[in-house]
Design a protein around this ligand. Structure first.
Ligand code: PAZ
Length: 342
C-alpha cells in the first residue's frame, strides 16, 4: 500500500505560540478608559432597561435580606451581527444552578444571571439529563403522573421551587452573548450598590476571553469561500472588568470569582494571581475534569483550602456545593460584621 507522506507541519506564529504559552502574563486589568471604550462602543441589549426595572423591584422587596448575584453558564461570541454562527464554551450552568439552590436554602435572595437555556435552579434535576423528562412520567387511569420511584424526590424539589417562587426569592435573568452579559453585570452591580455588604457576587459563569468588536463584525452570514479557503478570525481580547467591579461598580459587596484550569499544576498560581490582581475576597479554583468532586478556596494571606468529596459522599451523590456554600455564607457573615465595624 502506498505510504502517504506526513502532513507538513506549519511553524506557529508568535501570536499562536503566546495563546498556548501559559507563562505569558494575562491581559492587564481594565482601566476607566477601557470601560468607556467598551461600553460606549458596544450597545446595551434593548431589553436591559425593562430588566433593570424588575431588578430594582426585587432589591426593594428585600431590604434586610442578603442578596447573592449568581452568574452561570457560558457566553457566546457571535461571528455575525445577524448571528448564524458563534463561538461557545462547555459550561452547562451546573455549578451556578446548584449553588443557587443552596444559597436559597440558607436564606439568601438570589439573582440568577444565566445563559439562556442553561440549567436553572430546581428544574435542573429534570432537564439536560440523559433521561428525557418524559421518562419521569407514567400513565395512570388515563392521566399523566410522576413515576412512583421519583415521587418523593420530585415532591421535595417541587416544594422548594414553589417556596422560593412564592416568597419572591429568586429572580431569573437570561443572557446569551458576552456583550449582553457584560452590560447586565455592570447595571446589576450599580443597582446592588445600596445593598452594601449584604450583597454577594458569586461569579461562576464561564466568560469568553475574546470577541469581535462591532467595527469588524460582518452583518450577514459568512459565506463559504470558493476553493476551500480558510476562515481566519481576528478576535479582540475581552477587557478584564473584575477590578472595575471590585473598585467601582460594587465596592462594598463581597466578591467571589472562579478560576477554571485543565492543568492542576497551574491552578493555585492562576487563582492567586487573580486574587492579587483584582484584590477581591475569594477565588474558587476548579479543574475541568474534577470540578464536581473538588474545588480549592484561595483567600488572601491564607494557605489554600481544598474541599473534596470523600468516597462515601461520592457514592451518596452528595453535591460539592452543599459542602462549600455554607462555608461561603460564613465568610460573608464575617464580611458583613467587618464592614459594620469599620
Ligand atoms: O457550568 P459547569 O458546572 O459545567 O462548570 C462550572 C465552571 C467550571 C464554568 C465554573 O465552576 C467556573 O470555574 N467558572 C469560571 C471559569 C473561568 O472563567 O475560569
Amino acid at each position: 500500500m502506498a505510504q502517504h507522506p506526513p502532513a507538513p507541519t506549519r511553524r506557529l506564529s508568535t501570536n499562536e505560540r503566546e495563546t498556548i504559552d501559559r507563562t505569558v502574563e494575562p491581559l492587564p486589568p481594565a482601566l476607566e478608559l477601557d470601560e468607556h471604550n467598551y461600553f460606549d462602543n458596544n450597545d446595551p441589549p434593548d431589553y436591559l432597561e425593562s430588566m433593570m426595572s424588575d431588578v430594582n423591584d426585587f432589591i426593594e422587596k428585600h431590604p434586610q435580606d442578603r442578596i447573592v448575584l449568581v452568574t452561570s453558564g457560558g457566553t457566546t461570541v457571535p461571528l455575525e451581527n445577524q448571528t448564524v454562527r458563534f463561538i461557545d464554551n462547555f459550561s452547562a450552568g451546573t455549578r451556578g444552578a446548584t449553588s443557587a439552590e443552596y444559597f436559597l436554602e440558607l436564606g439568601y435572595a438570589v439573582i440568577f444571571l444565566h445563559r439562556q437555556f442553561s440549567l436553572l435552579p430546581y428544574s435542573r434535576h429534570y432537564s439536560h439529563s440523559t433521561h428525557c423528562f418524559l421518562d419521569f412520567m407514567e400513565e395512570k387511569d388515563g392521566k399523566v403522573v410522576v413515576g412512583s420511584k421519583y415521587q418523593s424526590e420530585m415532591l421535595s424539589v417541587l416544594r422548594k421551587y414553589k417556596d422560593a417562587k412564592e416568597a419572591g426569592l429568586l429572580l431569573l435573568l437570561p443572557f446569551t452573548t458576552i456583550n449582553q452579559y457584560l452590560h447586565t453585570l455592570r447595571s446589576l452591580s450599580l443597582a446592588l450598590q445600596p445593598v452594601g455588604p449584604r450583597a454577594l457576587f458569586y461569579l461562576a459563569a464561564a466568560v469568553s476571553d475574546f470577541f469581535i468588536p462591532p467595527s469588524r463584525i460582518p452583518e450577514h452570514k459568512i459565506q463559504s469561500m470558493a476553493g476551500g479557503k480558510k476562515l481566519i478570525m481576528d478576535l479582540d481580547p475581552v477587557p478584564k472588568f473584575l477590578n472595575r467591579l471590585v473598585d467601582k461598580w460594587a465596592p462594598s459587596a463581597m466578591i467571589i470569582s472562579f478560576k477554571l484550569e485543565t492543568d492542576r499544576s497551574i491552578l493555585i498560581f492562576k487563582a492567586r494571581q487573580a486574587l492579587d490582581r483584582y484584590s477581591h475576597q475569594l477565588v474558587i479554583g476548579n479543574l475541568l475534569q474534577t470540578r464536581k468532586q473538588e474545588v480549592v478556596f484561595v483567600l488572601p494571606n491564607q494557605a489554600e483550602n481544598w474541599i473534596k468529596l470523600n468516597d462515601q459522599q461520592t457514592i451518596d451523590d452528595i453535591e460539592i456545593e452543599s459542602i462549600f456554600i455554607p462555608q461561603i455564607v460564613n465568610l460573608h457573615s464575617e464580611w458583613i460584621d467587618n464592614s459594620a465595624s469599620t
